[in-house]
Design a protein around this ligand. Structure first.
Ligand code: PBG
Length: 338
């Protein structure tokens, strides 16, 4: 028979949690505006700032409006913007050739931003989905299969076009094999030795991209087809490590895991294995989820925003692409504790 004797713990972890000062002292991970890359949707036109229904507070912006947002980002200490174009239907084609038009929307946006904000990092997306009439990230054969090497040849032209316009970082989000090596070789051959490559290395065939596809207008074109023959199966983590190893060997400066919140284990594994600059993309569906629950009064918006962002740092990410960038930076700047 055992008897119960009260034990007064001689270690009381709650002592350190009692007051803000000791909680602050022992906090292991922190957030700063320097951790964020802000993804923005750009469109032709003037004076346009069109709301995106499934992404509250996010807009499709014409370039004059983009400049105002860039100014805000600079004032908040956000290091970089990532540009995503909304391309007019008549510029879309089977092979997505508009993707490397030097006078296209993205190169014009890059030139304008670099002219006004030379110190702000500008990242561009390298993939064909905004430009293809079928919404896939590359060119397809008669059966709808995305052709690898033919697509890589076009992505190389797109990346060089963006870099020549002044993009500081190109970010291939297409998941074709060998594209990082091909892009790196072309950048070097064109004397663009400073252009950084952020590889979407572990990009999963996720259901969380829905609002993004609505925002850029590719979901209708994509119809019922998916991207599973090039984006990764979400049951896998070793495959992510394999992809990261290839991209680093091919010349990536930074690697990314996407989506974010459901893939913190992958971020951790990648950081632990490679110790390379590692980024997370908190994607459109994650953003929409938090907003939708908050709009129902079911979750606290600011609290969940900061908690989810800090979780990426805890998992090992060096930085986060997030639609919350401006809001989170504002909150951090105000000294608000969370
Ligand atoms: C496409 C691309 C996607 C996103 C970034 N680049 C969507 C897709 O692969 O269909 C998703 C970003 C988000 O959901 O926020 N190249």
């Amino acid at each position: 028979m055992t008897t119960f004797t009260p034990i007064f713990p001689h270690t009381r972890p709650r002592r350190m949690r009692r007051d803000a000062f000791s909680r602050n002292l022992m906090r292991e991970h922190t957030l700063s505006p320097h951790d964020f890359i802000y993804p923005v949707f750009i469109t032709e036109g003037e004076g346009l700032k069109t709301p995106i229904a499934s992404m509250p507070n996010q807009f499709r912006m014409s370039l004059d409006e983009l400049l105002k947002t860039a100014q805000e980002a600079v004032d908040l200490g956000i290091p970089a913007l990532a540009l995503f174009p909304v391309v007019e239907a008549d510029k879309k084609s089977l092979d997505g050739a508009e993707a490397y038009n030097a006078d296209g929307l993205v190169p014009r946006a890059v030139r304008l931003l670099k002219q006004h904000f030379p110190q702000l990092g500008i990242m561009t997306d390298v993939a064909l989905d905004p430009y293809t009439s079928h919404g896939q990230d590359g060119v397809i054969d008669a059966s709808g299969y995305v052709l690898n090497d033919e697509t890589v040849a076009i992505l190389v032209q797109q990346a060089v076009c963006h870099a020549q316009a002044g993009a500081d970082m190109v970010a291939p989000s297409d998941m074709m094999d060998g594209r990082i090596g091909a892009i790196r070789a072309a950048l070097e051959a064109n004397g663009l030795i400073h252009t950084r490559i952020m590889a979407y290395s572990a990009k999963y065939a996720s259901h969380f991209y829905g609002p993004f596809r609505d925002a850029v207008g590719s979901s209708g074109n994509l119809g019922k087809s998916d991207k599973k023959n090039y984006q990764m199966d979400f049951g896998n983590v070793n495959e992510a490590l394999h992809e990261v190893a290839l991209d680093l060997a091919e010349g990536a400066d930074m690697v990314m895991v996407k989506p974010g919140m459901p893939y913190l284990d992958v971020i951790r594994a990648v950081k632990q294995e490679f110790k390379a600059p590692t980024f997370a993309y908190q994607v459109s569906g994650e953003y929409a989820m938090v907003h939708a629950a908050a709009a129902n009064g079911w979750l606290d918006l600011e609290g969940c925003m900061m908690e989810s962002l800090l979780a990426f740092k805890r998992a090992g990410a060096d930085g986060i692409l997030t639609y919350f960038a401006l809001d989170a930076a504002r909150l951090l700047q105000s000294g608000h504790s969370f």
